[in-house]
Design a protein around this ligand. Structure first.
Ligand SMILES: [Mg+2]
Length: 176
């Protein structure tokens, strides 16, 4: 696993698969910083008598409601556009792997299209489940053989999960 300060540090290779997280990796919302999660969980934890599973579910629920009415901003739009272009020209594929729930599809596509107007990506919604499992299932259901597979996420635990399930994947933890 490699620590990255920018998407520009991802090695670009032909015939490869680039699996990329969405929130805080491609887009972000100004009023929903990473610290928002800790604050909302702190607020709800006593409400749910310390039940962390119920608290996490509630936090995600609130986050999704706020996101629906929020304006997305690109994390590093120029660099991501370069990655899209490279992949198109070198037989490589981009797959977005998000913790978001599948019922967020319309909002997610709307927000991505605001930031990247001509880009219509393939997206896997993990419903807040282990990203490693979802990526493994995806790879089992595709006939395509990739020379290299790369996974980028701002959340360290997601990179750990994916690399644990799929040791041949190059994992990158993005911290901008
Ligand atoms: Mg993220």
């Amino acid at each position: 696993m490699i620590n990255l300060k920018s998407l520009s540090k991802i090695p670009l290779k032909p015939n490869s698969l680039y699996v990329i997280d969405i929130d805080e990796t491609l887009i972000y919302y100004k009023h929903l910083p990473k610290t928002w999660w800790d604050k909302i969980k702190e607020l709800y934890l006593p409400v749910y008598d310390g039940d962390i599973v119920k608290t996490n579910k509630k936090a995600l629920n609130v986050w999704e409601r706020i996101v629906k009415n929020s304006k997305p901003h690109p994390v590093e739009s120029d660099i991501f556009e370069k990655i899209i272009k490279y992949c198109l020209q070198h037989n490589s594929t981009i797959l977005l792997l998000t913790a978001r729930s599948d019922y967020m599809d319309t909002y997610t596509r709307d927000h991505l299209s605001i930031v990247y107007p001509y880009y219509n990506p393939e997206i896997i919604y993990c419903n807040n489940e282990n990203k490693g499992i979802h990526l493994e299932v995806y790879l089992q259901t595709t006939d395509r053989v990739y020379e290299t597979i790369h996974f980028v996420d701002d959340k360290l635990q997601n990179v750990i999960d994916v690399c644990a399930y799929l040791p041949n994947v190059n994992g990158y933890n993005l911290s901008i």
